[in-house]
Design a protein around this ligand. Sequence first.
Ligand SMILES: NC(=O)c1ccc[n+]([C@@H]2O[C@H](COP(=O)([O-])OP(=O)(O)OC[C@H]3O[C@@H](n4cnc5c(N)ncnc54)[C@H](O)[C@@H]3O)[C@@H](O)[C@H]2O)c1
Length: 538
Amino acid sequence: MNQELSSQHQTCPSQIFQRVGVVGAGAMGRGIAQIIAQVGIVTLLHDSDRKAALAAQASILSTWAMMQEKGRLSAQQRDKGQASLRLAETIEELADCDLIIEAIVERLDVKQALFRQLEGLVATTSVLASNTSSLSVAAMASCLKHPERVAGYHFFNPVPLMKIVEVVRAAKTDDKVVEALKALATTVGHRAVVCGDTPGFIVNHAGRGYGPESLRALGEAVAPVQVIDRILREQVQFEGQGFKLGPFELMDLTAIDVSHPVMESIYHQYYEEARYRPSVLTAQRLAAGLFGRKTGEGFYRYVDSKKQALSWPVIEVLSEEHQSLCSRVWIAPMVKAQPSWVLESLQQLIAEAGFTCESGSQASNEALMVLCPLGEDASSMAYRLGLDARRCVAIDCLFPFGWKQCSLRSLMATVATTRDSMLAANKLFSSDGATLALLGDSPGFITQRVIAMIVSIACDMAQQAVALPKDIDDAVRIGLGYPMGPLSMGDAIGPERMLAIMDGLYASTQEPRYRPSLWLRRRAQLGLSLRHETVSFS
Ligand SMILES: NC(=O)c1ccc[n+]([C@@H]2O[C@H](COP(=O)([O-])OP(=O)(O)OC[C@H]3O[C@@H](n4cnc5c(N)ncnc54)[C@H](O)[C@@H]3O)[C@@H](O)[C@H]2O)c1
């Protein structure tokens, strides 16, 4: 197999596989068969349930007809696809395939039985690939005489639209198998990313930041569901792009009976690594049957499939008699990692709101004190700087907070902040019409802790060599629909700021969950990009 694959690859990569078998014609198998047949490679689709195979064939044909109608496929391409797609009534008909991709039920024993059966049928040169999303590829291959022919080939749903595939290199997988599967992915128009056989591969592993850290913040009563969702949808901006759905909207869409078991599985497979710890909040919803959209209730309620809005918490406003209470503001010293635009934007906002910005090294007795913490809570920052916590209010400055960039601002009070100070802060920060989210005191607000966890987990994946930095970034951007890859997100915000947030979270909580990745620490300290790879001496 290896010599053959190698020589063919060097001359004509896209023609490595002449005849591909797909076993399992469900949601994934039909998508995989469609994209391979569409480029004219003979594709045999088999399912133990004949009705499922027939339904898949009908669905692929109608998709091609629709694509042709919309001008996304020429008549010639459609004919080529139709001529290339065949149903295999029996598994024996796959004997001549040089690649077989399985997309059957997610059970190790069933997949092993299938691979054993296939090994008895196909040539020793044939590649066996699995679309598993959670099982160990090495375990699947362990029952075979030739485990080096097995790799993971993890597509995403819906396959034709999600143009990314993880090529999983297990302990014994031959490099030429990986190269051949990469070449096939390129031929069908998908970006192939290569990763190790580790729990969650790239995408499901990297996804442990967004939802789980938001659940942590919710569990600590930092803010209610709708506030966290809106903050992450509106405040997070990378090159003008943000998250399309808030974390709770997303969990309701994916369904909690799907996402909670994934959280538990990855946590246990990593031997209870604190970074991936699931939340009791989803466990409770799972037990109560509140799965999300599909059951009519999850974090939100749904009536006729429409999400019912939750009201925005009301923040008390300054009454007329309080108007003159405070008109002076003092900005507390910032940590070194804060960029200069933070101070400039704050000074501008204070001036435009008609407040006086004090410039001394200490606040006067009347001034409201504004803090801009990174990974620190407002109470701890006030204590660290020896400030009167009753007059302190913190604002999140991770992303630009000028009204023109974002009409939502996050504020935190210390546990001692007085009502008058909060009223003055409300007047100051909403004077241009911005909406305020008043959060419970939390190290890192919402944006800082969620983005820092996403970036830190990706850094740790790079450190563990789960995949190359570029592949981690592309897999997450395409597979999870994030505005940019997580390592690029960290670079956009600044590795030094990212490290300051993680250090702050870790110092405040003493939880191993927040220990910064060494990949992040070293690059932040040396002023390097988070996508920087160490020079190889081999
Ligand atoms: N659905 C997703 O979003 C998704 C995404 C990525 C990966 N995956 C993985 O892809 C695989 C398939 O998932 P799916 O959602 O397409 O499942 P599915 O239930 O929609 O389809 C599975 C099909 O396999 C057939 N089948 C079961 N055992 C078989 C056997 N021994 N021989 C032949 N056919 C058999 C079933 O009849 C069924 O038609 C699983 O390993 C899953 O973890 C799923």
